[in-house]
Design a binder for this molecule. Structure first.
Ligand SMILES: Nc1ncnc2c1ncn2[C@@H]1O[C@H](COP(=O)(O)OP(=O)(O)O)[C@@H](O)[C@H]1O
Ligand SMILES: [Mg+2]
Length: 254
């Protein structure tokens, strides 16, 4: 199967700092692809380039054969973004947000009505659709952000640490949403610094640190690299943590 997303030698420098260093990977339809790395690894910078907010210093990427450099307007039509920083208006309701962003995407009003209902149900905010966002919990805001990211029926959804600051119940709902979104054929790029999330969600994981890709593969592929080196067999997440330490000399969490 041809890859929906192709990233080739993507690099971003900020002055002397190489935030993203020669990163390459491909993502298939219906694949949940994880970027796993600590703060400062370069995850958000990769997402900013793939969503055409930031121009790469070098390298290229294609989303459904559209170049992020030569065809950013085309790329923006087929991607969805759930940014790390929640971008919502405290004095608007959930439904007002979806209508506002829906108009930006030029969705005709009849279709937008249906889309709002479908997405509010998906993220389980339909009952709360007329409440102002300022009274929402962190998890509810995040779920609304996810609904906003899906308005244009993207082929490729990027989610940047979507469980940060979220209560456990919302986190479960977000995971449930991600699997449902995948069933629609969407490819998902999911960034996290939580090993357990990478283990639970991702078909393949790209471990990155200081802008570099250190290892890429399914969890089992990554773990077989370790097999020979460890005697006790902790949980998969525990073993992934050991692999991370081996690759970087660091722990993911303090
Ligand atoms: N606009 C910017 N200007 C200068 N440095 C930046 C900018 N954005 C990110 N960086 C730096 O690039 C590195 C990667 O950052 P980021 O992509 O946000 O990492 P992550 O999302 O994995 O935490 C960090 O060292 C960060 O300080
Ligand atoms: Mg980030």
């Amino acid at each position: 199967m041809a890859s929906l997303i192709k990233v080739k030698n993507l690099t971003k420098k900020f002055g002397d700092l190489v935030a993203v260093n020669n990163i390459s990977f491909e993502i298939q339809e219906k694949e949940i692809f994880g970027l796993l790395g600590p703060n400062g690894a370069g995850k958000t910078t990769i997402i900013n380039m793939l969503s055409c907010y930031l121009e790469p210093t070098s390298g290229e990427a294609w989303i459904a054969d559209k170049s992020i450099i030569k065809e950013p307007q085309e790329v923006k039509k087929i991607i969805g973004l759930v940014p790390q920083e929640i971008a919502l208006y405290p004095n608007l309701t959930a439904i007002e947000h979806l209508k506002f962003f829906g108009r930006i995407h030029n969705i005709p009003s009849k279709k937008l009505e249906e889309k709002c209902k479908e997405l509010l149900n998906l993220v389980r905010l339909y009952e709360r659709r007329n409440d102002l966002v300022k009274i929402y919990s962190g998890g509810m805001k995040r779920r609304l952000n996810i609904a906003c990211g899906l308005l244009n029926d993207p082929k490729f959804l990027m989610m940047d640490e979507p469980t940060l600051g979220v209560d456990p119940q919302s986190r479960e709902l977000i995971f449930e949403n991600i699997f449902k979104i995948r069933e629609r054929g969407v490819a998902i790029l999911y960034t996290t610094h939580y090993l357990e999330e990478a283990e639970r969600l991702c078909d393949r994981i790209n471990i990155i640190d200081e802008g570099k890709s250190l290892a890429l593969g399914s969890l089992d592929e990554l773990l077989t690299r370790l097999e020979a080196k460890i005697e006790i067999k902790p949980t998969k997440a525990g073993r992934l943590e050991q692999l991370f330490i081996q690759l970087t000399g660091k722990r993911l969490r303090d």
